[in-house]
Design a binder for this molecule. Structure first.
Ligand code: GLA
Length: 711
């Protein structure tokens, strides 16, 4: 370790400020101490002539009693020295010894919409390059790179990808925590002196909270007011920590690259701490639109080439492990009859996989189920005008598999005698070149031999013991396969929405938001995901009734209307439906095809209804809009408040219809069915301000509302 070396560094004069501009926002940073950079402004675009000195001065509070004579503010790289009491950006060990970090600011470069600040830690020589960049009109990307000095090895016990002094209007935070089958439950907290800490462990960031956050200035009951959405892109574990100090300053820190035991940096090593994205919206609906635009433009792989999002039939909740070729052919034939366009063979097709106790790792077609291989089934599916998709779980291995018997050391394990399983499986250590090559080649062999249009890529076991390298290996594996098979679509599933992040989405075309297809649960789950992600990547399936997870029975009309808002699919056996149910489902699949171009390209908004239990979503694209409103409870009053449909041109006239089929019971309460069928002509203003009186009294009632500009 260095002893008190003092790098030659140009002094950054206290009070120096830097201004970054996007089309709609401005950031102002200021050198607030010898080595501290503070965020002086993050908000709507400032006038060109804004006096930054005055802006900074007018934002300064005077010194009060009981603080250091030269108070420390933390800023973009808080450090535990000179009296700063908050959470430090870095905690470092050298051997067994804790390093008393002294990061010295050596350079700041700012230009237009980007700024890079560089610090060097005095005793270890660790260099930190922090980049802030405004992309798009209101989106900021923050990345941090580390370079270890060539004099010694260190352990980073914690390392912040983002330290953000929170601008004062943001007094509240909404985070999304979840679990299997109940993802993304929104919880709003007031930010105060009791720290809020959210962490994910074991490689499933989507089941915890902290990688999708919204900061706002109210208690979350209303949707008005400026808000800041934040996402940590990494698909590994994260920690998010928010606290307000005694001086009333709140700071968010996100550590997105976390490894058990810390991150070891050897001399000369570099590390990238992952990207954090910040988006500033005028209100929550606006924030949603900005997230969708950002994901569509910057994250999704070549979305413009995708073509229409095909309707899936997935075999999981239809047949589970009860597979044979005849049953699958029958299922495919029944699927085609409904208008399905892609047949997805889920779990259970590969060697030895008769249940969830065996087979993972042996990615060869099981001869007991498919004596002549997969090709005859694929031919049958394609003969019905559908394409073929396949479930895989490449990162896993079953102890009862040929792969494990041949290579018991290829799984993540430590030196204990036992290897605890989850869902009877272990995780392949893909940072090993041999394991990586085996899995890559096994998938390539499948894709070379068969005409496979789509992979459902699952990840069901948590990563324990984790070596911290898996997230990079998985990115590399996906990247290599994407390059070799660019036409193959990939869905990311992790027991549902366990692993959803921009890093994963950069390689994938769809996510599986939840295993829970119960429409009442699904409405809430989709409400949360759609705050950040557009409908075309959110799989949404019609499941069986009773639902295998919740046991709830629901009407086909309700299930189908809920599934239409997303990338629609069916995950139940048409043979188990009545003729009437099949007709209702077929009609909704036809509606989905008719409207999907709009649903998957338009501007999405949640519809806010005063009654609890009513969910609404609407997508507007140019002259057309489609909305769904769904009642999940039993209304207090017979007539609920009219459904208001904002976002259209107030001065234009629209023809409004309720596309059929209608919910059976509720349609009896429609005041003028003929008018709803042929269409009512109303202005955008009436639709937004007064709204439509619809029968939404009974649970499991949903209406589609079609709106088309009157020519
Ligand atoms: C996970 C997925 C399900 C299904 C099963 C198959 O639970 O989330 O959708 O694919 O695995 O085993």
């Amino acid at each position: 370790m260095r002893q008190n070396s003092s790098p030659n560094r140009p002094m950054v004069e206290r009070g120096t400020s830097w201004r970054l501009d996007g089309n709609a926002i401005t950031l102002v940073f200021v050198a607030a101490g010898r080595d501290e950079i503070d965020l002086a402004y993050l908000g709507p675009h400032l006038p060109d002539g804004e006096d930054l000195l005055a802006l900074v001065a007018a934002g300064h509070f005077g010194r009060h009693e009981n603080e250091p004579d030269d108070p420390r503010i933390g800023g973009l790289l808080p450090q535990a020295r000179d009296g700063y009491r908050g959470r430090p950006a870095f905690q470092i060990r050298s051997g067994e010894q804790a390093v008393h970090c002294d990061f010295q600011l050596v350079n700041v470069e700012a230009d237009g919409c980007r700024m890079t600040a560089m610090w060097v830690e005095k005793s270890t020589g660790l260099q930190v390059d922090l980049h802030w960049k405004i992309v798009d009109a209101r989106t900021i990307e923050v990345t941090t790179q580390l370079l270890a000095d060539d004099e010694g090895d260190i352990i980073l016990e914690s390392a912040s990808s983002l330290s953000l002094p929170l601008p004062r209007p943001f007094s509240h935070m909404t985070a999304f925590h979840g679990r299997w089958a109940r993802e993304m439950q929104a919880t709003t907290s007031r930010i105060g002196p009791q720290a809020i800490e959210m962490r994910s462990a074991n490689g499933k960031p989507g089941f915890d909270a902290g990688n999708w956050l919204i900061f706002h200035g109210d208690d979350g009951q209303k949707d008005g007011g400026e808000c800041l959405g934040i996402h940590a892109s990494s698909c590994g574990d994260h920690l998010a920590h928010v606290v307000q100090d005694q001086d009333g300053r709140a700071c968010l820190s996100i550590e997105a690259l976390r490894q058990p035991g810390g991150i070891a940096l050897n001399a000369g090593d570099t590390a990238d701490l992952g990207q954090v994205t910040l988006i500033l919206g005028d209100d929550r609906d606006h924030l949603t639109q900005l997230f969708h635009d950002h994901v569509r433009t910057h994250i999704l792989p070549l979305r413009s080439d995708w073509g229409p999002r095909k309707v899936h039939l997935n075999s999981w909740e239809a047949l589970a492990f009860d597979l044979d070729e005849t049953k699958l052919r029958t299922l495919a034939t029944a699927a085609a009859d409904l208008g399905i366009e892609r047949f997805v063979l889920d779990d259970g097709w590969f060697k030895g996989r008769r249940g969830d106790h065996a087979g993972l790792g042996d990615w060869q077609v099981d001869e007991a189920i498919f004596p002549n291989g997969l090709t005859p089934l694929i031919d049958h599916v394609q003969g019905l005008d559908m394409d073929f998709g396949l479930w895989v779980e490449p990162e896993m291995v079953s102890p009862d598999s040929d792969l494990y018997r041949a290579h018991p050391d290829w799984c993540l394990h430590d030196n204990r005698a036992d290897r605890p399983t989850e869902r009877n499986q272990l995780v392949l250590d893909l940072s090993r070149e041999d394991a990586f090559a085996y899995i890559h080649d096994a998938l390539a062999a499948l894709l070379d031999k068969h005409d496979i249009a789509y992979l459902k890529w699952d990840h069901n076991r948590r990563l324990f013991p984790d070596n911290g390298l898996q997230q990079f290996a998985i990115q590399r594996l996906l990247g290599k396969l994407r390059q070799r098979y660019p036409a193959v679509e990939i869905e990311s599933c992790s027991s549902g929405g366990g692993r959803v992040s921009f890093d994963i989405l950069q390689q994938c075309h769809r996510i599986w938001p939840s295993d829970n297809n119960d429409p009442i649960e699904r409405l809430r789950i989709m409400e949360s995901w759609t705050r950040f992600l557009p409908l075309e990547i959110l799989g949404n399936h019609v499941g069986p009734s009773p639902n295998p997870i919740t046991g709830r029975r629901t009407d086909m009309d309700f299930r189908a209307k809920v599934a239409l808002f997303g990338h629609m699919g069916v995950e139940t056996n048409p043979a188990a439906m009545s003729e009437d149910e099949r007709a209702v489902l077929r009609a909704h699949i036809a509606l989905y095809k008719q409207w999907r171009a709009l649903l998957h390209q338009g501007d999405f908004r949640q519809l806010h209804h005063p009654e609890t239990g009513i969910y609404g979503q609407m997508v507007v694209n140019g002259e057309r809009a489609l909305a769904v409103v769904a009642q999940t409870g039993f209304a207090e009053n017979f007539n609920v408040a009219p459904v208001r449909l904002p976002g259209l041109d107030a001065g234009k006239l629209y023809r409004v219809t309720l596309p059929k089929p209608w919910p059976h019971k509720a349609s009896a309460y429609l005041a003028d069915p003929a008018a709803w069928e042929s269409g009512m002509v109303l202005s955008g203003r009436v639709l937004a301000e007064r709204g439509l009186a619809l029968p939404l009294t009974h649970p499991e009632t949903a209406w589609l509302i079609a709106i088309e500009e009157k020519g």
